[in-house]
Design a protein around this ligand. Structure first.
Ligand code: ADP
Ligand code: MG
Length: 385
């Protein structure tokens, strides 16, 4: 049963209303005859609805009391007015009452006004609740988005760290290779050459009839020549001085030709004049990529043709390198996502090296058709990174 409070300074009106309300099933839980008393009573009994006379003596009047009650206690108020009190209407409207009840009262109008007010209140409450619910949901979403962003941020950070580490590793490896190559060439190479000279003088010093010993020494000498050649090759593989001496284009030619010889094929070249566009470090990095790509061809491709190209691209300031074979190809799917762990590190390191140059690495392969590797790098000095 809904609990209703009545505020009116006319005892006859309150009595009449009280009767009417009770007769149509409402519970009258309080009656006040001034604005002040109305506010206090409403605080005490917390009715579901208040019927409030607009015109009341004292402060606050009906309108003031209604405003106070609706904002402080959130209880809906219906104003009671007579036709004569039109001058109050403007102020009354501002108080945003839940309805108006005209004197003299008619039972139908009374019930309708009250039901509408209560319904409106109910709707408002439900609206407020769903608003709160959606606000909460949107706050949670917002929170989730923020969290997710920070996770992505952390991921990006660690990806960056990893990339820096791998760049660092690749550089350190390059430095170490260079050191070992020099050591091999200078120390071991020299020592072997010296040894060969010494054996030469032993041969000379040996008496004519010591043919067996002489032949033994000659055998040793040519073995040393072979060793020197091996040491040179090792040293060259480790640190391709040819790049420093002749530049990347020639180094690539030499690399492809000497490797293709193992496969008994002639590589096809398309080379622009690119050496001056790349720093020595970039040239070494590119050389390493080619070295890996060509080694893979020799190891796996069973190709009858290979193409090597280095072009100043159509797109300005980009160099494009392509290594292509018509060999057996392989299933790239197999490598997506787990490049670097499943099989060798070759593909992953090529990718990493291209990244070091601010460039991109692409590989496409089709079984029975062949494999193509494309590396694009920005020309130094024009780089927009
Ligand atoms: N040119 C190619 N032709 C055919 N298969 C290739 C070629 N290049 C790479 N592959 C395949 O991709 C695999 C991964 O290569 P890579 O990452 O260099 O590792 P690894 O050479 O140590 O096996 C190779 O094992 C081979 O199966
Ligand atoms: Mg490999």
């Amino acid at each position: 049963m809904h609990r209703i409070m009545i505020v009116d300074d006319d005892g006859f009106v309150t009595l009449q209303l009280n009767k009417l309300l009770t007769s149509i099933g409402y519970d009258v839980v309080g009656v006040a005859d001034s604005g002040k008393e109305a506010v206090e009573l409403a605080r005490d009994v917390r009715p579901d609805l208040i019927l409030m006379d607009i015109v009341l003596q004292g402060e606050p009047d009906g309108i003031g009391a209604a405003k106070e009650i609706m904002t402080e206690l959130d209880i809906p108020v219906i104003f009671i007015t007579g036709y004569t009190e039109t001058e109050f209407f403007d102020r009354a409207k501002q108080a945003k009452p839940f309805g108006y009840l005209l004197k003299p009262f008619r039972i139908i109008q009374l019930k309708a006004s009250i039901d509408i007010a209560l319904e409106k209140r109910d709707l408002e409450t439900r609206l407020r609740m769903s608003e709160q619910k959606y606000r909460r949901i949107s706050e949670e979403l917002q929170k989730e988005i923020t969290e997710r962003n920070s996770v992505y941020g952390a991921l990006r950070e660690s990806e960056k760290t990893l990339r820096q580490m791998s760049t660092h590793l690749i550089r350190a490896q390059e430095k170490e290779r260079k050191r070992v190559a020099l050591e091999l060439h200078d120390e071991l190479g020299q020592a072997l050459s010296l040894l060969k000279l010494k054996i030469g003088s032993v041969i000379k010093a040996l008496p004519q009839d010591q043919t067996e010993l002489k032949n033994e020494c000659k055998g040793m000498s040519s073995y040393i020549v072979q060793m020197v050649e091996n040491v040179r090759r090792l040293s060259r593989d480790l640190s391709p001085r040819i790049i420093e001496d002749l530049g990347l284009s020639s180094a690539l030619r030499w690399l492809a030709e000497s490797s293709a010889r193992h496969m008994d094929i002639e590589p096809l070249f398309e080379m622009d004049d690119i050496d001056s566009l790349l720093s020595p470090e970039a040239q070494i990095t590119l050389y390493r990529i080619f070295q890996e790509a060509i080694t893979n061809m020799v190891k796996y491709a069973k190709a009858t043709r290979i193409w090597i190209s280095a072009r100043k691209g159509e797109i300005k300031n980009i160099l494009t390198f392509i290594v292509k074979d018509n060999g057996v190809g392989f299933d790239l799917e197999h490598f997506v996502g787990h490049i670097s762990t499943e099989k060798g590190l070759g593909l992953a390191t090529m990718n990493e090296r291209a990244n070091m140059l601010g460039g991109s690495f692409e590989i496409s392969s089709q079984k029975g058709i062949g494999t193509t590797i494309t590396i694009s790098v920005p020309i130094e000095g024009s780089s927009n990174s």
